[in-house]
Design a protein around this ligand. Structure first.
Ligand SMILES: [Zn+2]
Length: 247
C-alpha cells in the first residue's frame, strides 16, 4: 500500500502459532502426564485412567474460563480440548492426589507457574521401571545369581562386581528370592556403580562367632609376623560377573 507521502506501508500478518497439548512423556509406550501436587515442588507422573474410573482432566475447567482473566491468559498456548479431556488417573504413580499438569512446551500454565519436562519424584521414577519391558537376561544371569545366593546363605553377605546396569534390578530381585526360598530370611541389597551388595542379617548373626574368630586370627597372624604384611584372606564373598562369561 502506498501512503500519501509515497512511503510503503508494511502490513504485519499474525502467524498462527500451533498450540500445545498435554505435557506427557512416553514410558514404555504408555503416555504419562507430568503433574504437581498441592504440596511440595516434585514433579510426579500420572498414567491414563483405566476403564473403571471416570478420569481426570490435565487442568481444572476454570483454567480456560475467559471471565477469569488473571488465570486464563497463561494457558492461551494450549489446546483446551486436550487439556480438559478426562483421560488421567486421579492419583500419581506414587499414590498421591495430584492437582494440575506441570507446564510444558506451551510455557507455564499460570503466570507464577513453572515448566518441567521430566519427573523428579524419586518414588515415581522408581516405579516407571515396571512399565518398560524387562531387558533380556544375560546368559550368565542365573549362574551369578545362584553363586551370590550360595555365598549369602553361607556367610550372610556377598558382593557381585561388574554387573551391567540393565541387569542390576533383576539380579537383586533374583538373589533376594533365592535366599528367601532357601533360608526363609529376607535380605537387603544395595547398588553402587556396577557392584551389587547383598546382606542377610539373620544368616550373618548365625556366623558372627566365626567372623569374629577369623578377624582375631588375622590380627594374631599379623602380630606374629612382626608387622610384616601377610597374604590376605581371599575375598570369598565376592562374585565377579565377568568371571562367569558363558556362551
Ligand atoms: Zn511421585
Amino acid at each position: 500500500m502506498l501512503r500519501p507521502d509515497g512511503a510503503t506501508c508494511r502490513t504485519i500478518r499474525c502467524m498462527a502459532v500451533p498450540r500445545s497439548g498435554v505435557n506427557a512423556i512416553d514410558v514404555g509406550g504408555a503416555p504419562m502426564l507430568l503433574t504437581v501436587t498441592g504440596g511440595g515442588d516434585a514433579i510426579h507422573l500420572a498414567r491414563t485412567a483405566d476403564s473403571s474410573s471416570p478420569g481426570q482432566s490435565a487442568v481444572p475447567d476454570f483454567y480456560f474460563d475467559t471471565s477469569r482473566r488473571w488465570d486464563s491468559t497463561a494457558v492461551a498456548n494450549y489446546t483446551a480440548a486436550e487439556l480438559l479431556a478426562p483421560r488421567w488417573a486421579e492419583t500419581t504413580l506414587c499414590g498421591r492426589v495430584w492437582a494440575v499438569m506441570a507446564g510444558g512446551e506451551g510455557g507455564p500454565l499460570r503466570e507464577d507457574g513453572e515448566v518441567a519436562f521430566a519427573p523428579t519424584c524419586r518414588r515415581c521414577l522408581t516405579l516407571i521401571d515396571r512399565y518398560y519391558p524387562k531387558p533380556p537376561a544375560d546368559p550368565r544371569f542365573s549362574l551369578v545369581a545362584q553363586l551370590a545366593a550360595d555365598v549369602v546363605c553361607e556367610q550372610g553377605f556377598a558382593e557381585v562386581r561388574g554387573v551391567p546396569g540393565d541387569q542390576q534390578t533383576e539380579l537383586r530381585k533374583e538373589i533376594r528370592k533365592l535366599v528367601r526360598d532357601r533360608t526363609g530370611h529376607t535380605t537387603k541389597t544395595f547398588c553402587r556403580d556396577s557392584t551389587v551388595y547383598i546382606e542377610c542379617r539373620e544368616v550373618y548373626s548365625q556366623h558372627a562367632a566365626e567372623h569374629a574368630r577369623a578377624g582375631a586370627e588375622a590380627i594374631s597372624e599379623y602380630l606374629a609376623a612382626d608387622g610384616e604384611p601377610r597374604p590376605r584372606r581371599p575375598a570369598d564373598w565376592v562374585v565377579s560377573w565377568e568371571t562367569w562369561n558363558v556362551d
